[in-house]
Design a protein around this ligand. Structure first.
Ligand code: BTN
Length: 265
C-alpha cells in the first residue's frame, strides 16, 4: 500500500520519506503523537489499514474497518503561538474537499466544523489535536482524518445506515484507496504552506464548502438544546449563530455540537 501511495503522490510532495504505513494500529493519532514526542519531523504521516480504537471528536468512536477507508494522521510543527491555529480544522477541511474532488470528481461539503458530507450522509471526519509545552507554547499539531471509501450501505451498523456514506456509495464509482490517500497527503502538504500566511484564503474556501452556513440548526451545549440560524464562520473558525431573540453569538467547536433541524445534516 505504501508504495502505491508514493506512486500517486505529486512530484512536489516533499514528505515522502516520512510516510509510514501500518496494517493495524489502535489510533493513528495516538501512534503519531508518540512518534512526535520522539522527535518525528514536520510532515510525518501515518496511515493504517485499520484501527482498533479510532477516535472522533467529543470522545466518539470512529469505525475503521480493514481496507474500507483511509485512516491517516499527519504531524505539523508550525512556528507560531497556539492562538494562531484556531483555523487549523477548517484549513484541513478545505484541503480534504480539494483532495476528494481531485481523486473522485466529487467535492464533498463540510458540516461545521469537521464532518465531510455528501447529501445527507457523513463520509468522514477530522480530529485535530494540539500538544503544548509546559511553558504553554505550541509543541506540535496532529491532524487525523478518516474517510469511508469502499463501504456499501449494509457494511455500516444499522444505527448508522441512514447517516453514514462512503465515496463508493455517493459516486457510484470504484474507489482506489491509494489514490485517495495520496490526494489527501498532497492537499495537506499544499495547505501547510498557506497555514500561517494564507489564513483568510483558507477560511474563504472553507466558507464556500461549509453547508451549515445559511441553515437552521440545533445547537447542543451540555444538556441544553438551542435553535438558531448559522450566519457565517468567523476568522477563528467559530460558527456565528443568530438566535430567535435577536442576539448573535460566535460559538466554538469545543463547547457545542450542531445538528440540522430535521436530522444529522
Ligand atoms: C470525527 O468524525 O469526529 C473525526 C473522526 C476522525 C477519525 C480519524 S481516523 C485517523 C485518525 N485516528 C483517529 O483515531 N482518529 C482520526
Amino acid at each position: 500500500m505504501k508504495n502505491e501511495i508514493l506512486a500517486f503522490l505529486s512530484p512536489q510532495y516533499s514528505w515522502g520519506e516520512s510516510l509510514h504505513y501500518l496494517e493495524v494500529t489502535d489510533s493513528t493519532n495516538d501512534q503519531l503523537k508518540k512518534m512526535a514526542q520522539s522527535g518525528a519531523p514536520q510532515g510525518t504521516a501515518l496511515i493504517a489499514g485499520y484501527q482498533t480504537g479510532g477516535r472522533g471528536r467529543r470522545g466518539r468512536t470512529f469505525l475503521s474497518p480493514a481496507d474500507m477507508g483511509i485512516y491517516l494522521s499527519i504531524l505539523l510543527r508550525p512556528d507560531c503561538a497556539p492562538g494562531e491555529l484556531m483555523h487549523l480544522t477548517c484549513a484541513a477541511g478545505g484541503a480534504m474537499c480539494n483532495a476528494l474532488e481531485a481523486a473522485t470528481g466529487l467535492r464533498p461539503g463540510i458540516k461545521w466544523t469537521n464532518d465531510l458530507v455528501s447529501g445527507k450522509r457523513k463520509l468522514g471526519g477530522i480530529l485535530t489535536e494540539l500538544k503544548f509545552t509546559p511553558q504553554g507554547k505550541l509543541d506540535f499539531a496532529i491532524i487525523g482524518i478518516g474517510i469511508n471509501c469502499c463501504q456499501q450501505e449494509g457494511d455500516f451498523p444499522p444505527e448508522l445506515r441512514e447517516i453514514a456514506g462512503s465515496l463508493a456509495m455517493v459516486t457510484g464509482k470504484e474507489i482506489h484507496r491509494a489514490q485517495v490517500a495520496a490526494a489527501m497527503l498532497d492537499a495537506l502538504h499544499e495547505m501547510s504552506k498557506q497555514l500561517l500566511t494564507g489564513k483568510e484564503a483558507l477560511l474563504c474556501q472553507y466558507r464556500k464548502d461549509c453547508i451549515t452556513i445559511g441553515n437552521e440548526i440545533s445547537l447542543i451545549r451540555g444538556e441544553e438544546v438551542l435553535h438558531g440560524r448559522a450566519l457565517d464562520v468567523d476568522g477563528e473558525g467559530a460558527l456565528v449563530v443568530a438566535f430567535p431573540d435577536g442576539h448573535v453569538e460566535a460559538v466554538n467547536a469545543g463547547e457545542v455540537s450542531v445538528r440540522g433541524m430535521y436530522g444529522y445534516i
